[in-house]
Design a protein around this ligand. Structure first.
Ligand code: AMP
Length: 125
C-alpha cells in the first residue's frame, strides 16, 4: 500500500529497523550519513537502495528539514555507490518515490539505483 506522506516519521518502518540492525540487509555501502543495500525484490540486474541515516519520510521531508551538510553527503553517497557498482560507463537510473501517486511503500527516504541492462522508457506507458 502506498504511504500517506503527511504522516509523521514512523520509527517502526522496515528501513528504520534495518538501520538499527534489527533485520538484515545485503549491504553495499555505509558511511556516517547513508546506508546502501540490495533491494529485496530487484527490478533490474542491479537494484540498490540508498537511504539517509536520519529520520526522513521522503525526498520532500529531507529537502525541507535536512541540513546542507546532510544533503550534500547523501547526494555524494548516491554517486559513490553508483560508481562503486560500475554503473557510470554503461549508465543507470535513479528514482525516488514520494507519496501516494508515486506508490511510495516504505516511509523512509530511499533512492533506487537501477542498472545492469538497458532500462527502456522512463515510465510505464
Ligand atoms: P518504494 O515503492 O519506492 O517505497 O520502494 C520500496 C522498496 O523497498 C521496494 O523496491 C521493495 O522491494 C524494497 N524493500 C522492502 N523491504 C525490503 C527489505 N527488507 N530489504 C530490502 N529492500 C526492501
Amino acid at each position: 500500500m502506498p504511504i500517506d506522506p503527511t504522516l509523521p516519521y514512523d520509527d517502526q518502518n522496515i528501513f528504520a529497523k534495518i538501520l538499527r540492525g534489527e533485520i538484515p540487509c545485503k549491504k553495499v555501502f555505509e558511511d556516517d550519513c547513508a546506508l546502501a543495500f540490495h533491494d529485496i525484490n530487484p527490478q533490474a540486474p542491479t537494484h540498490v537502495l540508498v537511504i539517509p541515516k536520519g529520520a526522513y519520510v521522503s525526498w520532500d521531508d529531507f529537502s525541507t528539514k535536512a541540513s546542507d551538510a546532510e544533503i550534500a553527503e547523501f547526494v555524494r553517497a548516491v554517486g559513490q555507490v553508483a560508481r562503486a557498482l560500475g554503473l557510470v560507463e554503461p549508465g543507470y537510473r535513479l528514482l525516488a518515490n514520494i507519496g501516494m501517486d508515486s506508490h511510495q511503500e516504505v516511509p523512509h527516504l530511499h533512492v533506487h539505483i537501477f542498472g545492469g541492462k538497458p532500462l527502456g522508457p522512463m515510465l510505464m506507458r
